[in-house]
Design a protein around this ligand. Structure first.
Ligand code: MN
Length: 134
C-alpha cells in the first residue's frame, strides 16, 4: 500500500472548456487497471458549474461542504447540502455546481467505460437554466 501525502499533489484549475466560472479539482485516485475508479474533490466558487455532460458508467457525488445544485435534463434543479449523495445513472445528461451565492465542494466518483471512455462533455448550462429556483 501507499500513502499519498496531500503535500505531494497540487490543486488544479478545472478547464474552461468544460466548466463555467472558477472550479478547482483535487485528485483522490485514478485507478490502475483492472481498476477503472476515478475520484476527485471538486470545489466550485459561487455561480460556478459544470457544462452539461454524461458518464458512461454513471457517477456518484458525495457532498462535502457548502450549498450546491444538480439538475437532470427535463427535471427541476435540486439543492445539495453536506452529506447528500447523488446517484447519476449511465448516459443521463446532467450538470452540477455551486449555488449562485455559495461555495460548494463534492467528492466525485466514477469509472471509465469498458473501452476506457470518460465523461462525454456537451454544451454550457445557460444562465436561464442555472438560475431556475430549486
Ligand atoms: Mn457529472
Amino acid at each position: 500500500m501507499k500513502v499519498v501525502r496531500a503535500s505531494e499533489r497540487t490543486t488544479r484549475n478545472a478547464p474552461a472548456s468544460n466548466f463555467s466560472g472558477t472550479v478547482f479539482s483535487d485528485e483522490v485516485v485514478t485507478g490502475v487497471a483492472p481498476s477503472k475508479l476515478r475520484a476527485s474533490v471538486v470545489s466550485f466558487t459561487p455561480g460556478a458549474r459544470t457544462f452539461w455532460h454524461t458518464h458512461p458508467v454513471g457517477q456518484t457525488l458525495y457532498c462535502l461542504s457548502g450549498v450546491g445544485r444538480v439538475q437532470k435534463e427535463g427535471e427541476k434543479v435540486q439543492a445539495l447540502h453536506p452529506g447528500d449523495t447523488v446517484l447519476i445513472p449511465p448516459g443521463v445528461k446532467h450538470w452540477h455546481g455551486a449555488a449562485p451565492d455559495r461555495l460548494f465542494s463534492h467528492l466525485a466518483m466514477s469509472e471509465n467505460g469498458p473501452n476506457g471512455e470518460g465523461t462525454n462533455w456537451l454544451e454550457a448550462v445557460s444562465e436561464e437554466d442555472y438560475r431556475a429556483a430549486p
